[in-house]
Write a protein that binds this ligand. Structure first.
Ligand SMILES: Cc1cc2nc3c(=O)[nH]c(=O)nc-3n(C[C@H](O)[C@H](O)[C@H](O)COP(=O)(O)OP(=O)(O)OC[C@H]3O[C@@H](n4cnc5c(N)ncnc54)[C@H](O)[C@@H]3O)c2cc1C
Length: 533
């Protein structure tokens, strides 16, 4: 039996970030992680058949990591993290060889829009300029803070012109916003694709501001030098520096509750680990509330809310990973030579109506016409393949329960990988002779490897109106606290949600520091005070 100040369940990036903050404040911590490595979705694996080729099997496009408060607070650059931000950040290549490009420089992005529609280029500039202050003063502070109750938030936003503008645009759905504001079908499709990256249902009212925010955001896609796992290792080093322990290959069997308070865990091996202050779970609500807590002691409404927590229909990904003798050379680069240095490349997307079709296929569990996106990491970081060689990958959103059952993925894997390669080769014919080896991963593989990503939902919970903000994951467990004193949530099922943002953990740390009475020099001003000016 060992006693710590804090136990963290899961050593993905959110678990590690919370652990490092608690350790920095002098707490004795341990993280319990079922896999043999830390990092969760920050994972880089060597091709077992081809030494020296490294693939990022989950997260690769890391959004504005260097601008994240925890990146600075935890000194991750000193712990070995290095991020690369390619200038031609995203390129959508159409089936007839045109390109719509997003650059780190907004003027170049506007010029690319203008090549398709001068009206849309002007609209882009207008929304960019209108939303820069909204992102800076409202949206960016909001994701970095525990959320406010909806009525309080609305009242505060109603007091400023930027706040009122935000409320007005949010009332729309992303689809309404794009179809009202932009005219060119490829531009509409490209903008909705970005909305889809956050997996927000494009028909849902309440999210109309998403695309304007993405247009105005300075946060661009980055990649970690050496692979995504290098960022995980930097977080691990930050934890170890504080004396934090990480138990790998260990899984909690139950959360121990005594006198109405979470006081520790029992592992599957029968080990008892106690915590003086808290247990924080980065797992999903099904795991935390239904698998790990004694159901006889769980209030009925909490059990029902955990059972009803929903996962994203459109999040699961299929990936095709290639080892190559040379990078993909896109036909379109004859007219657009800059595409040779494009970071994220989107293929198969020409017009916005395709999204309706993709949603219908996901609802039916069938395979939609291919829209794929990916990158050639070695164009920017040679260390991920042997000298002169390359790696590249493409992702596709596909239903978890394909033809009614996720188990079908095990027999469809190779067939679908072949179909995806055919699409990719139509755009980059040189791939036919450049492939040394390949492997594919299915939505079922994701859920098997990271069971917190239930149903293959890599964002760990749908972004629907009742599962965002103050009530994420559900009423009674929002704001990182649960119904049980001493039990907290810190993973992607909490505000602001999934992806490599580390913000669920950063916000959970703010709540826990306040509850435990820990001092910190990194705490941001309360969000209500920030929104009031
Ligand atoms: C194919 C794919 C591509 C992606 N691409 C991107 C991308 O490009 N950019 C981006 O930002 N995001 C991407 N994501 C999403 C991103 O990886 C996740 O949203 C993110 O990893 C969630 O972080 P987390 O710390 O909350 O959870 P995780 O990273 O999943 O970490 C949770 C940890 O808990 C552990 N765990 C689970 N169950 C238990 C248990 N019972 N006991 C103990 N430990 C347990 C897991 O092993 C894991 O280490 C991608 C995900 C996938 C699957």
């Amino acid at each position: 039996m060992t006693t710590y100040d804090a136990i963290i369940l899961g050593a993905g990036h959110n678990g590690l970030i919370l652990q490092a903050y608690l350790g920095k404040a002098g707490l004795k911590t341990i993280a319990v992680e079922r896999r043999g490595v830390v990092g969760g979705g920050l994972s880089t694996a060597e091709d077992p058949r081809q030494g020296g080729f490294f693939h990022n099997t989950h997260a690769f496009f890391l959004r504005a990591i260097t601008a994240m408060p925890w990146y600075v607070d935890l000194d991750l650059a000193r712990h070995g993290a290095q991020l690369i931000e390619p200038e031609l950040n995203v390129a959508l290549i159409t089936s007839d060889g045109r390109a719509l490009e997003w650059w780190t420089d907004i003027e170049k992005t506007i010029a690319s829009f203008a090549a398709l529609s001068t009206r849309d280029a002007k609209t882009l500039r207008r929304w960019h300029d209108a939303f820069v202050p909204i992102v800076e003063k409202i949206l960016s502070p909001e994701v970095r803070s525990p959320p406010l109750p909806p009525h309080e938030r609305r009242a505060l936003l109603s007091r400023t012109s930027a706040g009122r503008r935000l409320l007005e645009v949010s009332a729309l759905s992303p689809l309404e916003f794009v179809s009202q504001e932009f005219e060119h079908p490829t531009i509409q499709a490209g903008l909705l694709f970005f909305n889809g990256l956050r997996e927000v249902d494009l028909r849902l009212k309440g999210f109309g501001h998403h695309i304007a925010a993405l247009i105005a955001s300075p946060a661009k896609a980055q990649m970690a030098r050496g692979g995504s796992a290098v960022l995980a290792r930097a977080l691990e080093a930050a934890v170890r520096k504080t004396g934090g322990e990480i138990a790998l290959g260990s899984e909690p069997k139950r959360i121990v509750v005594e006198g109405g308070r979470a006081i520790g865990i029992e592992t599957r091996d029968g080990e008892m680990i106690f915590a003086k202050h808290l247990v924080a779970s980065s797992l999903n609500p099904h795991q935390t509330f239904l698998d790990l807590l004694d159901q006889n002691l769980l209030p009925r409404e909490i059990r029902e809310r955990a059972q009803n927590f929903r996962y994203n229909l459109l999040a699961p990904l299929f990936s095709l990973n290639l080892d190559l003798t040379e990078p993909p050379r896109y036909r379109a680069s004859e007219k657009h030579p800059e595409l040779a240095r494009a970071f994220m490349v989107i293929l198969g997307l020409d017009h916005a109506e395709q999204f309706g079709e993709i949603v219908r296929h996901h609802e039916a569990g069938t395979i939609p016409p291919a829209v794929i996106w990916g990158a050639c990491p070695t164009l920017f970081d040679e260390s991920q393949a042997p000298a002169g060689r390359h790696t590249a990958f493409m992702w596709e959103k596909l239903p978890y329960r394909v033809h009614g059952d996720a188990a079908n993925w095990d027999r469809l894997r190779e067939e679908h990988a072949g179909a995806m390669l055919q699409v990719w080769q139509r755009y980059a014919p040189n791939l036919a002779d450049a492939i040394i080896d390949s492997f594919a991963r299915t939505p079922r593989d994701t859920a098997r490897e990271l069971p917190n990503m239930r149903e293959g939902d890599l964002l760990v919970g749908a972004f629907a109106n009742d599962q965002v903000g103050y009530h994420r994951p559900f009423p009674g467990a929002g704001q990182y606290r649960t119904h049980l004193p001493g039990l907290y949530l810190c993973g992607s099922s909490t505000h602001p949600g999934g992806n490599i943002t580390g913000l669920p953990a950063y916000n959970a740390a703010q709540v826990i520091f306040s509850d435990v009475g820990l001092a910190a020099d990194w705490l941001p001003a309360p969000i209500a005070a920030q929104l009031a000016v």
